[in-house]
Design a protein around this ligand. Structure first.
Ligand SMILES: [Zn+2]
Length: 315
């Protein structure tokens, strides 16, 4: 019995850990109230998680690998904040969604986070799949432009897929940190980024994306778990990125029912919405099926699909 119990316990512990990590990526829409004085002039009250933990972050140049983000000439590049972004002096701009107007066509951006933590290579070696080629194929088949927020760890693990996505004009690839650690805590149990390494996390990821063969990553950054504070925004300002949040959380992490995921998106989406989904089979196994429901239904409702850069450019 004991023989059986132990693996069971190990599996249970693994499942619990996985749930914890994915909850972090589930990017729950439940907002945490910002600390007094930090986000006093919030423009968007509906964004997911902006935990306030004042940290004396001091950024070093530990890696110095020259990760100046390339720009495809889109809004947000070259230090110019995109329209609609929340801009404050000395802080990276934050953008949540596009304009809500329907005139000229209703558009929505589907975004896909490619999550993987540096210490998950062992699990990948053991057969766990953090990629989702079927989902990427479905997006191509359905001709849906999309933005992929890729961790550096994922790009290093799946360089062929990173390159293929990065070279496909249907997609744009942005930055989701190297190790998928939290830039502000608490953040769904994610481990905290080591002190002084926030900027390096971003630059190291741009370098990893290029090394994998993504020629022109776009200068957008998605905080793991959507968790950030002013210290994080200050640390990232020199990199020139715009932090991209979202207004529709699909709930695809650990979902088992694709219809429920599709329903969640279809219920919440509005013109200009940014939807967060995942391109990680082990943690978001029904996303492809959900997308196959979401896309035709949104088209039936008159929506078109746009990459984040296009929504930004539209205002
Ligand atoms: Zn994530």
């Amino acid at each position: 019995m004991i023989r059986f119990r132990r693996p069971h316990r190990a599996r249970a512990a693994l499942a619990a850990l996985l749930a914890l990590l994915l909850a972090a990526c589930a990017e729950s829409p439940a907002p945490a109230p910002p600390p007094a004085g930090e986000h006093g002039a919030r423009k968007h009250g509906d964004h997911p998680a902006a935990y306030g933990t004042a940290r004396g972050e001091t950024e070093g140049r530990a890696h110095g690998n020259g990760g100046t983000p390339a720009s495809k000439g889109v809004a947000g590049g070259g230090g110019k904040a995109p329209r609609g972004a929340r801009v404050r002096a000395g802080l990276a701009p934050v953008w949540h969604h596009g304009v809500r107007r329907a005139a000229g066509g209703k558009r929505v951006a589907l975004t896909f986070d490619a999550d993987m933590m540096a210490d998950q290579h062992d699990r990948a070696d053991a057969g766990e799949r953090f990629d989702n080629p079927g989902l990427i194929a479905a997006l191509r088949e359905l001709k849906v432009p999309a933005t992929v927020f890729m961790t550096g760890t994922w790009a290093a693990r799946y360089p062929g897929q990173a390159r293929a996505v990065g070279r496909d004009p249907l997609f744009e690839v942005a930055n989701h940190s190297y190790s998928h650690h939290a830039f502000a805590v608490p953040c769904y149990g994610l481990p905290e980024v080591a002190p002084g390494t926030m900027r390096a996390e971003v630059e190291r990821t741009f370098a990893a994306l290029r090394r994998a063969g993504v020629p022109e990553p776009v200068p957008y950054f998605r905080f793991p778990g959507g968790c950030y504070d002013d210290a994080a925004l200050r640390a990232l300002a020199p990199t020139g990125v715009t932090a991209v949040q979202w207004d529709v959380s699909s709930g695809d992490a650990f979902a088992t029912d694709p219809h429920a995921v599709a329903e969640e998106v279809l219920t919440r989406v509005r013109p200009g919405s940014v939807v967060v989904l995942h391109v990680t089979r082990s943690a978001a196994p029904v996303t492809e099926q959900a997308v196959r429901e979401i896309v035709p239904e949104l088209r039936r409702r008159g929506y078109g699909f746009a990459r984040v850069s296009e929504l930004m450019a539209a205002g």
